[in-house]
Design a binder for this molecule. Structure first.
Ligand code: AMP
Length: 598
């Protein structure tokens, strides 16, 4: 990597040195215990949704927020909710209930509550279908402050009298559009009927179809409205940069980053992370993998920062791993690549980051590593910037080998053009007495290749996460009823998956959708029609993800039971033969229902 001169911009933004740890969070009115947790997590500043949502939520207002996963919305509601928790909580009944569409999200959100609320002694319990109910009963019995639940299981507990909503001060509906899509509308209504009338209600949704508006009008009182991902401010402003993204599971991100960097061979690259903690971890990992990475974050002294920038300038470092705050006001000339290690929390932040390359007519490349669940945020960024982000396949082991050979070939060509080969002539001449000239050349190429390419420690295939089709063109409202069954038109084929549990086992459409979305990276919207017979169910999924769905369901339980899961042998529609009369009637009614809605 060549030297990368560094210049500091005039301070149009606050310079990182001026930033005091979590001061921006303190300005929002958060208490010391929460600030301490945020510092420990390495959060340097609030994301836009946090900046806008935390003050009104602390003041007890209702809130209607449009924000997707990846915007930091969980902390936006969790922090105020923890702060508003009374210090003396003698009773066992929860003061807050968060409803989420899937078990995966229930676990994630409660982990977030634990992380933020550990110094406040918050007792948080996730409850979702598929988990043994006994454990949940014992935990509820001992007393909890916050329950994070999927609607079906929450209602089960309410019906049993084991979840008392009488003390609730706040109810959060997270990913409300997903919950409605999964057929949870009636469950949500029933749950809210059991909650005290005097309460704070918070609703977050990635999209705002009419049904969400209706839900908000019915249950929210004079809510503050927040829309993250505004359409106007940055449209057309994004620089012309080659933009691409890779969909990759979190565990494979460091390997994927290494591969992408190897293929791209940047002159100078900056990798953006969300928190200091991640900056430190990734710097260490990348150094361990043979890259010369330097960390840059807001917690470093000016002297440390200068030293890092010096190493980048002189070419002794390849990569700068930084938080947004630390990279402010920093302009690295010859920077060719910006990598978003996570999808940025707002389109504005994406635009700002990638604006660091492609300046003054130079070529710029922006690469984003997105987790499957962040795919939606990518789409939002595309919409806001009006530019396409191509989804690329992570280079395979074979791609890497080919690329490394190409690099060796390029290096040899350069060497041949330089005029400094004479000192080696005697070696070649003496070897050709004994060996064929081509063989001598082959051995020399092998040695050169091995000396410059990393060893074979990166031979593991990174699973390619199937990329789902674009969601645009999907009717926002009314396209699907509360009951599942309206197969969405899609371009690829679909496959029916057979699950050996049906109505008799108490299986409902939302249990199947919850199990599938919880165990795979697939969104509820990608699931087509669901047919539930007495003893089995059939679920329609896109062909490309059928194996992932089958593997995911085999590894989990539905209604606490293991089920036979396989491709439906009779194929599309043929499964009808196994339905009894009542099942057929129900299926016919649904078909009518489906036709009506088209
Ligand atoms: P969410 O949109 O709630 O799913 O959050 C996305 C990710 O951003 C999570 O991994 C959070 O830990 C992280 N995150 C949330 N707020 C911040 C912040 N202010 N600074 C850095 N990371 C954050």
């Amino acid at each position: 990597m060549s030297s990368a001169p560094v210049r500091h911009d005039p301070p149009t933004e606050p310079g990182p040195a001026a930033l005091d740890d979590t001061s921006a969070f303190a300005d929002l009115g958060l208490r010391a215990e929460l600030l301490g947790a945020l510092t420990a997590l390495g959060y340097e500043e609030p994301t836009p949704i946090q900046r806008e949502a935390i003050p009104p939520l602390l003041a007890g207002r209702d809130l209607l927020g449009q924000a997707a996963t990846g915007t930091g919305k969980t902390a936006a509601f969790a922090l105020p909710l923890l702060q508003r928790m009374p210090d003396d909580r003698p009773g066992g009944a929860p003061v807050a209930l968060v409803l989420v569409p899937t078990r995966e999200l229930a676990v994630q959100v409660s982990e977030a509550f634990h992380r933020y609320g550990k110094d406040l002694g918050a007792r948080v319990l996730p409850i979702y279908g598929g988990q043994p109910i006994g454990r949940q009963l014992r935990a509820l019995d001992l007393g909890v402050d916050v329950v994070v639940a999927t609607p079906g299981r929450a209602l089960d507990h309410i019906a049993r009298g084991t979840l008392d909503l009488g003390a609730l001060a706040t109810v959060v509906l997270d990913e409300a559009d997903e919950m409605l899509d999964m057929g949870f509308a009636e469950d949500i209504e029933a749950i809210l009927e059991h909650a005290p009338e005097q309460r704070q209600t918070v609703l977050f949704s990635a999209t705002m179809p009419a049904r969400i508006d209706g839900l908000a009008r019915k249950h929210l009182t004079d809510p503050v409205r927040i829309l993250i991902a505004r359409e106007q401010p940055v449209a057309g402003e994004a620089p012309r940069v080659r933009q691409s993204a890779y969909i990759v599971a979190r565990a494979h991100k460091p390997a994927a980053l290494g591969r992408v960097l190897d293929v791209e061979s940047p002159t100078a690259a900056i990798v953006f992370c969300r928190s200091r903690e991640e900056v430190d971890r990734l710097t260490e990992t990348m150094n361990g993998r043979g890259y010369r990475a330097e960390a840059l974050h807001g917690g470093m002294s000016q002297e440390q920062r200068d030293r890092v920038m010096g190493r980048l300038r002189t070419g002794t470092a390849d990569l700068l791993v930084a938080t947004d705050v630390a990279a402010r006001g920093l302009d690295v000339e010859q920077l060719t690549h910006v990598v978003n290690y996570d999808v940025p929390s707002a389109p504005e932040s994406y635009v700002h980051r990638i604006g660091r390359v492609g300046r003054a007519g130079r070529e710029g490349v922006a690469i984003t590593l997105a987790e499957p669940r962040e795919h939606r945020m990518l789409k939002t960024i595309e919409r806001v910037t009006g530019q396409r982000i191509a989804i690329d396949k992570i280079p395979t082991v074979a791609d890497m080998r080919t690329r490394r050979l190409e690099l060796t070939q390029g290096a040899l060509r350069e060497s041949l053009l330089e005029d400094d080969l004479d000192p080696y002539r005697a070696i070649v001449e003496s070897l050709t007495d004994e060996f064929d000239l081509v063989e001598v050349a082959l051995a020399a190429v092998k040695l050169a290749h091995e000396a410059t390419s990393p060893g074979s420690d990166d031979e593991e295939e990174i699973p390619q996460v199937p990329v789902r089709g674009p969601r645009e063109g999907r009717p926002e409202a009314g396209g699907r009823g509360e009951r599942r069954g309206g197969a969405r038109p899609r371009s690829g084929g679909t496959t029916q998956v057979f699950i050996g549990l049906g109505r008799r086992a108490g299986v409902r459409p939302q249990d199947l959708v919850g199990a599938i979305t919880g165990e795979t990276g697939i969104s509820g919207r990608d699931i087509g029609s669901i047919e539930i017979a007495d003893r089995f169910s059939l679920v329609e999924v896109p062909q490309g993800v059928a194996d992932e769905v089958i593997a995911g369901l085999r590894g989990s339980t539905i209604k606490g039971r293991k089920a036979t899961v396989r491709r439906d042998r009779d194929g599309d529609g043929g499964g009808e033969r196994r339905f009894d009369g009542a099942d057929r009637r129900e299926r016919r009614d649904r078909d009518f229902d489906r036709r009506d809605r088209r």
